[in-house]
Design a protein around this ligand. Structure first.
Ligand SMILES: [Zn+2]
Length: 199
């Protein structure tokens, strides 16, 4: 539709999640008209995030060194692990201030339709963390949708055999949604009212 580099920019923006062709076009023209300093800052932020940010070797959360700031914090309760799908879920739960334990980020949810099986998630890494007996309770906080529920059921079956307390966030979360869209109060209550899963 447009010439060369302008169209390249629109195409690249259009590949981002949640950005359709119209939004891509609007952002591209906004950038074209923007102050060069603003664009330089955006480019620097993009470059830096790819250079500096990596994933925590322990929990899979975003981190600026080998371990994320939560895993590196000795004040966190080492006996509790909350399992989530994505780093953005860690942010959502941290906002509630209800949880003082550690996290484990799976990197997605089971989805046979998309060809995502247990081997594609960080489940083996989770099992490794549970072997030394420090952790006594695992709270499963996958998204309240079909894939999240399937993942929770799979994990619960696997984890109860290890003799751990396994719980799932209470209902009341918006069904079919993303954990990150739940408000802090609802998410906080879901934590308090988590139900134990029996072997
Ligand atoms: Zn970590």
């Amino acid at each position: 539709m447009y010439e060369g580099v302008v169209q390249d920019l629109i195409d690249e923006l259009g590949r981002l999640p949640g950005i359709g062709p119209k939004s891509a076009q609007r952002i591209a023209f906004h950038l074209l008209a923007a102050d060069p300093d603003d664009v330089t800052r955006l480019v620097a932020a993009l470059t830096e995030v790819k250079d500096k940010v990596r994933f925590c070797e322990l929990c899979g959360n975003v981190a600026e060194s080998e371990r994320c700031r939560i895993c590196a914090d000795p004040r966190r309760d080492q006996t509790l692990i909350c399992v989530v799908e994505e780093p953005k879920d860690v942010v959502a739960i941290e906002r509630t201030r209800e949880f003082r334990g550690l996290y484990h980020v799976l990197g997605g949810a089971l989805s046979p339709m998309d060809g995502i099986g247990p081997g594609d998630l960080r489940i083996r890494e989770l099992m490794t963390r549970l072997t030394d007996g420090t952790v006594t309770e695992v709270i499963i906080a996958t998204d309240p949708n079909l894939e999240g529920e399937a993942t929770a059921a799979f994990l619960a079956r696997t984890l109860v055999t290890l003799g751990l307390r396994v719980s799932r966030l209470a209902s009341g979360l918006p069904v079919g949604g993303d954990l990150e869209y739940a408000d802090e109060v609802t998410l906080g209550r879901a934590f308090e009212g988590r139900r134990l899963i029996e072997a």
